[in-house]
Write a protein that binds this ligand. Structure first.
Ligand code: UD1
Length: 420
């Protein structure tokens, strides 16, 4: 198992190119299963989750090639309809093949994802949505069986704007007969990107990116060439790294339009932020000032930026509060941040953060993807050496993290960790 050893205390300075979005790449890769054709996706980040999705698509019988940020996949023949446990347990987003498979093959089996490091994360809304489209769903021995002899459009109102449920339903509805309306749909930009991809395949989706999505089902979808949109969470993470290290970071090849809520909070914390068409420049003239954060579905403040902001506010010049409303148990990073000298009190889904003047390096353990990013940011700002263990989580979501940070002047090394 590997660890990152960080020598903190150096301000980050320079330009960092942003990769394609993990959370757009995964559903769009799953959507290629809807077509019996050749699809090409560009700007696909080299990440462990993307490699897992490639393995899953190959396991289903498709021919796939993944080189230099491009996935070429021929989905004309699928020989399997099952997402096995060893892949689903590695990545919950494997459940995104359920909708496409049942729509295309009339039958699909996906192992239940089980619990994970940020709460229980049920998939009831995915299943209820597919049932509304006419799929019959059974749960047996830890596996979801879905079958349908032709899906039919329906009006579906989600109890909560779940990103994954919106995506699964949207994909399945694209091959259903008639019209589907998804009310209270999630509005994340990655859903709009998925809809753009499906429309390029001949689908008829309107309203993605709003809370009401209309899908006119079509009989067949065809080939696709699509470039994945930039990763707004990676962008936010590097900007926050600039803020916590009191540096100057310019993110390029990104889309500032996807980060309004994050940029607003960075400005409130005293950062100078300038944006251009595809870049964002952040300058920190002093340590961050305290701000209050409440995570919300898009366009609210993203839960995937909560841990990084918690780290930043631990080094701020006052008292902040952070409320997590999307996931239970998403404060695993707090105990680790305390090991670095942070002063944070957890009270249910709230934390109160009393900023400290200095963080001090220590060994810490990463527990999930964004928690790991938070620990790296804290390590960059801390005096002395921080060891972040279990960094395999980071490889799920940050392409070339060490290289990008080193180019910004960070001092860090990946090393083999002793012990489990
Ligand atoms: C996606 C993102 C993840 C992000 C999250 C919220 C991907 C691959 N992952 O995850 O990075 O943190 O959106 O922005 O895109 N819920 C239910 N029942 C369901 C589905 C969800 O109760 O059937 C609940 C979840 O437990 C959670 C909340 O809804 O509390 C949000 O989950 P959801 O939006 O579905 O997140 P994911 O799609 O899993």
């Amino acid at each position: 198992m590997e660890k990152l050893v960080i020598e903190g205390g150096y301000p980050l300075e320079g330009e960092v190119p942003i990769s394609g979005s993990k959370n757009a790449a995964l559903p769009i890769m799953a959507a290629t299963l809807l077509a019996a054709d050749n699809c090409r996706l560009d700007n696909v980040p080299r990440l462990r989750d993307v490699v897992t999705m490639c393995s899953l698509i190959e396991e289903l019988g498709a021919q796939l090639k993944y080189t230099n940020g491009t996935v070429e996949v021929d989905t004309s023949e699928l020989t399997q309809n099952e997402a096995p446990y060893d892949l689903v347990k590695k990545m919950r987003a494997s459940v995104l093949v359920l909708g496409p498979l049942v729509a295309r093959l009339g039958e699909a089996r996906v192992s239940l994802p089980g619990g994970c490091a940020i709460g229980t994360r049920p998939i009831n809304l995915h299943l209820e949505g597919l049932e509304a489209l006419g799929a019959e769903i059974k749960l047996q021995e830890g596996t979801i069986y879905a079958c349908a002899s032709g899906l039919e459009g329906a009006e579906i109102t989600l109890d909560f704007p779940s990103v994954g449920a919106t995506e699964n339903i949207l994909m399945a509805a694209s091959l259903a007969s008639g019209e589907t309306v998804i009310e209270n749909a999630a509005r994340e930009p990655e859903i709009a990107d998925l809809a753009r991809a499906i429309n390029k395949m001949g689908g008829r989706v309107e309203g993605a990116g709003t809370d009401r999505i209309l899908v006119e089902g079509v009989e067949k979808l065809h080939s696709l060439t699509h470039s994945i949109l930039p990763d707004r969470i990676e962008t936010g993470t590097y900007l926050t790294a600039g803020a916590i290290s009191v540096g100057k970071v310019k993110t390029v090849k990104t889309d500032p339009g996807l980060l309004h809520s994050v940029l607003k909070k960075l400005k409130q914390s005293g950062m100078e932020v300038e944006v251009g068409e595809n870049w964002i420049d952040l300058k920190a003239n002093f340590p961050p000032r305290p701000v209050d954060i409440v995570t919300m579905p898009y366009p609210g403040f993203p839960t995937d930026m909560q841990a990084q902001f918690t780290a930043m506010l631990a080094r701020s010049s006052g008292t902040s509060t952070v409320k997590e409303t999307i996931f239970e148990d998403r404060f695993m990073h707090v105990l680790e941040l305390e090991r670095l000298g942070a002063d944070i009190k957890i009270d249910g889904n709230w934390v109160t953060i009393h900023g400290v003047e200095k963080l001090e390096g220590a060994p810490v353990m990463a527990t999930d993807l964004r928690a790991s990013a938070a620990l790296v940011l804290a390590g960059l700002a801390a005096e002395g050496e921080t060891e972040v263990r279990r960094i395999y989580h980071l490889d799920r979501g940050y392409e070339k993290l060490e290289e990008k940070l080193k180019n910004l002047g960070a001092k860090l090394e990946r090393q083999e960790a002793e012990g489990p």
